[in-house]
Design a protein around this ligand. Structure first.
Ligand SMILES: C[S@@+](CC[C@H](N)C(=O)[O-])C[C@H]1O[C@@H](n2cnc3c(N)ncnc32)[C@H](O)[C@@H]1O
Length: 245
């Protein structure tokens, strides 16, 4: 069972039961502890260089967002502390990455990792990922990672979940045919909720053929911060690959 910890309360401000701020299923940019000076400097100096400009139309070829040539572009939604994004971007310099995270401290950590690892293939969005999804051109993304989105385990909060019917349609628009939506969760009910919606969708197919396919992480997987916490609390993750038809 999911339990809100002091850590989460710090992260989410008022705790996950707090009444919504802002509109719809998103609650505005999230701020945790005061940023340490190095991170605050990165937020003011590096973030403006790396942040997407959603006020301008996207380039017809998204490769134009990156200083070095890239073959395709992958999107990570809600990268948290950025461990996964850092790893994948480091391993795949020929791929351009767009990372979205509304939690200010997460973006600051990501900027520090970009600097430490000299990564030139990442662009960031430090607010609601939905704005990026709607800005991106149709068929421009080869892979989307949605790793352990906020679980919203209570029935009355389900509509706040990132992956619902409408979002599947919006993600289908930006994925290339054959592109993948990779979704991980440790919440059985969220898994069932997503699978039911994918089953009804004419735009995605679930690639699994046997149980091991969703119980085994993707190749090269290293645990994220959230996954490590789930494991400590006795919940294991499931890894779903939904292919754009
Ligand atoms: C449960 S955490 C998981 C973080 C990370 N993927 C991991 O596995 O450790 C979910 C993250 O998604 C972010 N998030 C939730 N909704 C978002 C949205 N609409 N746009 C951008 N980030 C969002 C939250 O701030 C949070 O950091």
């Amino acid at each position: 069972m999911w339990a809100v910890t002091e850590d989460d309360k710090d992260k989410f401000g008022e705790g996950t039961d707090a009444p919504p701020r802002g509109h719809g299923a998103f609650f505005g940019r999230r701020k945790g502890k005061t940023l340490r000076p190095g991170h605050a400097d990165l937020m003011s100096a590096s973030l403006p260089q790396l942040r997407l400009d959603l006020t301008a139309p996207p380039p017809a070829d998204l490769a134009g967002l990156f200083p070095e040539p890239v073959g395709e572009v992958w999107l990570e939604i809600g990268f948290g502390g950025g461990e996964h994004l850092t790893q994948r971007a480091g391993e795949n310099p020929q791929i351009g990455f767009i990372g979205c995270e509304a939690y200010v401290n997460g973006t600051a950590k990501m900027l520090a990792q970009i600097e430490q690892n000299g990564l030139a293939n990442i662009r960031l969005w430090d607010d609601d990922a939905k704005a990026v999804v709607d800005w991106l051109p149709a068929g421009s993304i080869a892979r989307i990672y949605l790793l352990y989105p906020d679980p919203w385990p209570k029935r009355r909060h389900r509509k706040r979940r990132f992956l619902g019917e409408e979002m599947l349609t919006r993600l289908a628009r930006i994925l290339k045919p054959g592109g993948e939506l990779r979704f991980a969760t440790d919440i059985d009910d969220y898994a069932a909720y997503a699978l039911a919606r994918v089953a009804r969708s004419s735009e995605f197919e679930w690639t699994a053929e046997r149980q091991a396919d969703w119980l085994t992480p993707w190749e090269g997987w290293r645990s994220t911060r959230y996954e490590a916490k789930a494991l400590r609390e006795g919940r294991r993750g499931a890894y779903f690959t939904f292919r754009r038809i």
